[in-house]
Design a protein around this ligand. Sequence first.
Ligand SMILES: Nc1nc2c(ncn2[C@@H]2O[C@H](COP(=O)(O)OP(=O)(O)OP(=O)(O)O)[C@@H](O)[C@H]2O)c(=O)[nH]1
Length: 405
Amino acid sequence: MPDASSTQWQRDAAQLPSFYSPKTETSKAQQNDSDVETADLTVSALPRNRDITASPTNDDTGATPSLKFPTTPLSQPPPESLLSPAFTPPATPGTVTPSLVEPRGVPVDSSVPTGGCGTKRPRLLETLPEVECVVRARIPTTSGAEMFLHLYTNNVDKKEHLAIVFGPNIRSKSLDAPREGETEMDRLIRGAYTGRLYPGRLASRLDSGAGQSRAGDNLKSQSQQEAEQGNCSATPPLVRIHSECYTGETVWSARCDCGEQLDEAARLMSLPTNTSGGIIIYLRQEGRGIGLGEKLKAYNLQDLGSDTVEANLLLRHPADARSYGLATAMLLDLGQKEIRLLTNNPDKIRAVEGPNREIVVTERVAMVPLSWKGRGGFRAPEVEGYLKTKIEKMGHMLDLGALPS
Ligand SMILES: Nc1nc2c(ncn2[C@@H]2O[C@H](COP(=O)(O)OP(=O)(O)OP(=O)(O)O)[C@@H](O)[C@H]2O)c(=O)[nH]1
């Protein structure tokens, strides 16, 4: 018999979509019926001691590897049993893991069923959350690339969601908007300046006072002024919507490829050939929205034999409790209407586009594990089980055939 609060939660939850809910009461969350029906709760042992036999490519560019099927002659397509459920013939745009060497995406169009965005239609709330970029700062990185970290607040949760911005032409409208009573120093300190900071700088805009700029800044001033009028590149920026993963990003976990994906997204966005800039929206929805504590319990269940979906369901959480409305709102604040999205997850494409397609994903760029491409990365039975479950149960658009057997 449910208690009063869970009944209230269920009533609230009925109003909320599986993607794009503004608040996630994950500890009380219950899986929806479809999750239960599709879950196989039998114990499944992870394969051990796998040997990768896929031929490596020498692709240095990252996004679009040539995957080889070790047990299948190259002249023949891989057997159907090796294909992910979302793999369809190449005539359908966006549904194939690209096999070209250059880093490029495949066109997608969520407005048509064959547009490469899967078949699910996430229910989205009618209005987007409100977001405000309260501060940004330049971060020189250990790779030599530079990015601007934007910290956002919002009207639906108390978390500090982030946008990691690569390239000089992407600016936050809410950050640049003047605040009542603020001084130029206030603007400099919260990062609402153009060009670069340097000791002694007093004005937030480069053109706002003679003698304020230094040699070199005037050159930047031109591009910054263009940037203020919008992204001047014709190609949409590369975007990654990344959900927080303490284990994969901070404590070197080999249970998932989250850390590698974050690094690879940053690398692709920093490439000199990427002139359209890049944005990593870093959402604080740890453990696909269930939080770190619950994810650690899920890991123990995984060690007891469940896969990642089963473990969530056994803990009475949805298989995926995330939402993407904040990402949509942050991208709009950053002036984006069209993006190229780095993902294998078709649900993310529709969800980030927003309830009225406020944003359009024009291309999907696959995130293929580096070890599958022979370009480093890491191998572990745990991450292989994690990826296999994503393909088999969550509809991720990766070729299962590339997983070593
Ligand atoms: N509940 C749960 N969450 C996990 C597990 N492993 C990783 N995660 C979380 O999954 C999220 C990462 O998913 P993403 O990298 O966004 O992947 P995705 O949306 O599934 O698909 P891509 O965009 O293709 O990478 C992070 O929040 C991780 O903490 C797990 O075993 N259980």
